[in-house]
Every structure is written in C-alpha cells, then in structure tokens.
Design a binder for this molecule. Structure first.
Ligand code: ZN
Length: 248
C-alpha cells in the first residue's frame, strides 16, 4: 500500500491500495454528471487515475470500512460514497472510517462489471486480485466490520434493495444486516454460512476470515443512475455507521 499523504481538504489520510487499477472516472459520463465539483472530489478523482484510493477518517476503534465500485458499472454506491465523504469529512467521529469509493477505477471508467477479465466479487480469494488486496488490507488494519455497496437491476439477482449477510462464522454480520434493514427500506437476505452460495465475494471472504461483513444493494439499471438510487445507497451507508455509533 502506498501512502500518499494527509489532506486538510478531506480531513483525513489518503493512500493508494493498488497502482494497477487506475482510471479516469470522468470518462464515464453517467457517473461524472452525478458527481459534485469540490476540491475533495477532485483530489480523490486524481488519485483514482493512479489506482484504488483509500481514505481514512477519524482514529481509534471501532474501525469500519465502506467499499463501493467492486462492480465498476454499479454507479449509485460510488456516487453515494463521495457524498458521504463530503458529509462526514469534517465531523468528529467515534472511531475510524476507511472508505474505498472506487475499488477499480479502471472498471468504473469503462462502465464495466469486469476488471481485466475478472468479476472482482468472485475473485477476492484469488491472490493478486484487487479485492484480495483489499481483504489483506482489512486484516492488516484490524478493521472491525466491512460493508460492500452494490446496485442491482430489476429482475436480476437480487433485483431488490437488500442487505446480504450470514450467521456463521460471524453472527455480527447478521446483526448488522438486521439493523440496516430495520432502519431503511432494504430487505434482509441471510445465509446460514458465509460463502455457501458461491466463491470469492468480498463479503464472504471477510466473514470467513472472522471479519463481520455485509453486502448492500440498491436498485438501479447497470451502467446508469436510476433516479433516487444514490440517495438509497447513502441511507444504507449512514445506517451502517449509525449501527457502530460512529456519527456523534
Ligand atoms: Zn455488484
């Protein structure tokens, strides 16, 4: 992980997780027209051109992580992450918030689900993949909980606003799922055991390694921003932070 520096505009520390994943986010017109112009956003976009940016806000425990853009063509959570960052960057936080607004900027630039031929939410157990780098980082930083934000088109899987979680081996995954679904319009989708459906999801890989994790979905057309979808994703993120009493 390359440390880039502390920045007052963001009120936090900036790092690059991978220098192989960069891309010009603004080339994706569907996302660029939904990103507000600010010094903080400019800074993150410049960093994203070089790789996967990590923003660290606050300090101490609990340490929670928000990830979006694991699927580059799922735009609402990536917009929501920037909006959340703008909202909380100068707030006094209880604990540490790690944010990865664009897991694979190169995939977001191309408005693609795939990055270098990989579905990054099926390859987090594969050495060398960006999501595997993220899992290693989560372990290195002693992160307490991870939430991975996606969007789903209607009539697909899951095709509805929802939170995926599991009961084993991390019952806290289920607890996070219950809290967020009780406080938003999302439905709970709970599996008995993490990773039992398919391999390599970031959420499952974290749970299997003992780090409680969930996946949150809002409804939006792939590669587009359905009206209201960034706001719904934002509410899920906010609820996740509330569960850990991060926002004072
Ligand atoms: Zn996805």
């Amino acid at each position: 992980m390359a440390f880039v520096g502390e920045n007052e505009d963001l009120g936090g520390k900036l790092s690059l997780i991978s220098t192989k994943s960069g891309g010009n986010i603004l080339e994706n017109k569907n996302i660029s027209k939904n990103i507000s112009k600010s010094e903080g956003n400019d800074l993150i976009l410049r960093l994203a051109a070089r790789g996967t940016p990590l923003i660290e806000l606050g300090k101490g425990y609990p340490k929670v992580m928000i990830v979006s853009g694991v699927h580059g063509n799922e735009l609402p959570p990536q917009i929501a992450a920037l909006n959340l960052l703008e909202k909380i960057q100068h707030c006094k936080l209880r604990g540490t918030v790690y944010m990865i607004p664009f897991a694979a900027p190169g995939a977001t630039m191309k408005n693609s689900r795939w990055f270098n031929g990989l579905d990054l939410n099926r390859s987090s157990s594969s050495k060398g993949s960006i999501t595997n780098n993220i899992v290693q980082l989560i372990q290195m930083l002693n992160v307490d909980a991870v939430a991975d934000f996606h969007s789903t088109k209607l009539c697909s899987n899951p095709g509805k606003e929802s939170v995926f979680c599991s009961k084993n081996p991390c019952p806290q995954s289920h607890e996070m799922g219950i809290y967020i679904t009780e406080n938003t319009s999302s439905e709970l989708i709970c599996y008995s055991t993490a990773g039992s459906m398919y391999n390599g999801a970031l959420e499952d890989e974290c749970n299997i390694k003992g780090i409680p994790a969930i996946t949150c979905e809002v409804v939006s057309e792939n590669g587009e921003v359905t009206v209201g979808s960034p706001e719904r994703s934002y509410l899920q993120m906010q609820s996740y932070l509330e569960h850990f009493k991060i926002l004072r």
